[in-house]
Design a protein around this ligand. Structure first.
Ligand code: A3D
Length: 320
């Protein structure tokens, strides 16, 4: 059987890391596409040259031509610009919307059967625009944010409790932005919910509130440290987990920006929700129950996403 084909649209910091991870995990052959001449070719060759040492079998190619992504099983989109210190994700909207148009049309024309994972910010609005421009089925287009936001939450919790990150599971809902909703009640250490751990004296409510806020600000914390770009190792690792779930039909339950139409009181919006990812793409949206304050936070997050989608429509009237 031929190896799966993985197309990475954008060969910058995240794109290069995605290519490396995909090759190391032997998920398939990799095509790196970028408008910057030489960058995708250079990264593809560099990673390919690590193959004999690392011992993986994967072909890597860099390109400026969409024709080379033909037949891709998965497309992961990072094309666009990242934040600089002081910028919010939303400040990227105008410039990255134009990029989504070019990328969406490229995928529509050359890889219409792919499972598409968008990472470009502002995430929820860009996934929506990418889906509109590509015309692919909604269940085949999603965005990576929840896996990353949850991973950040899990990391901070594991430091607080002094336990393995593997035994911490965390739940983050809503848009990928300042209004994201880390759900404390559904986050656990080996199945014990965080509120119980507060009662058990493992931490205090104040410290937990601080960790929740640090999770919300997780992206900005890295931008502030790096100064020249945004996070890329953890975002790439998170998207690879989603791609693997699709390629191997794992039916993983992963939070991602998915099209929600009918569930959770929403009538057609991309927003961060728990989903089941398998060979059909986003196979199910898990309709969890939210308590009063959680629902209010989720509603606020939904409103923030809606206003970004409205802004996209204003900038590009061809978006219905
Ligand atoms: P960067 O290293 O700048 O790479 C972006 C690449 O896109 C560059 O190589 C550009 O040449 C390329 N590019 C620009 N326009 C086009 C185009 N029209 N077609 C193809 N390629 C193009 O950025 P990065 O890899 O660090 O980040 C990429 C995106 O991910 C940014 O928008 C970030 O804000 C976003 N991001 C999202 C998350 C989430 O959790 C959702 C996390 C971190 C970064």
């Amino acid at each position: 059987m031929a190896r799966p084909r993985i197309a990475l649209i954008g060969a910058g910091q995240i794109g290069g890391t995605l290519a490396h991870l995909a090759a190391m995990k032997e998920l398939g052959d990799v095509v790196l596409f970028d408008i910057a001449e030489g960058t995708p070719e250079g990264k593809a060759l560099d990673i390919a040259e690590s193959g004999p040492v690392a011992g993986f079998d994967a072909a890597l190619k860099g390109t400026q031509s969409y024709a080379d992504i033909a037949g891709a099983d998965v497309c992961i989109v990072t094309a666009g610009v990242p934040r600089k210190p002081g910028m919010s994700r939303d400040d990227l909207l105008g410039i990255n919307l134009k990029v989504m148009k070019a990328v969406g049309e490229g995928i529509r024309d050359h890889a219409p059967d792919a499972f598409v994972i968008c990472i470009t910010n502002p995430l929820d609005a860009m996934v929506w625009a990418l889906r509109e421009f590509s015309g692919l089925p909604h269940e085949k287009v999603c965005g990576m944010a929840g896996v990353l936001d949850s991973a950040r939450f899990r990391h901070f919790l594991s430091l607080e409790f002094g336990v393995s990150m593997r035994d911490v599971s965390a739940f983050v809902l809503g848009g990928h932005g300042d209004t994201m909703v880390p759900l404390v009640r559904y986050s656990t250490v080996a199945g014990i919910p965080l509120p119980d751990l507060v009662e058990m004296g493992w931490t205090t409510q104040d410290r937990l509130d601080h960790i929740v806020q640090r999770t919300r600000d997780g992206g900005a914390e890295i931008v502030g440290l790096l100064k020249t770009g945004s996070a890329f190792y953890a975002p790439a690792t998170s998207a690879i987990e989603m791609a693997e779930a699709y390629l191997k039909d794992q039916k993983r339950v992963l939070p991602c920006a998915a099209w929600v139409d009918g569930a959770l009181g929403l009538d057609g919006l991309y927003v961060g929700v728990p989903t089941v990812i398998g060979s059909k793409g986003i196979e199910r949206v898990v309709e969890i129950r939210m308590a009063g304050e959680e629902q209010a936070m989720f509603d606020q997050s939904v409103e923030a996403v809606r206003s970004l989608v409205a802004a996209c429509r204003e900038i590009d009237p061809t978006l219905a």
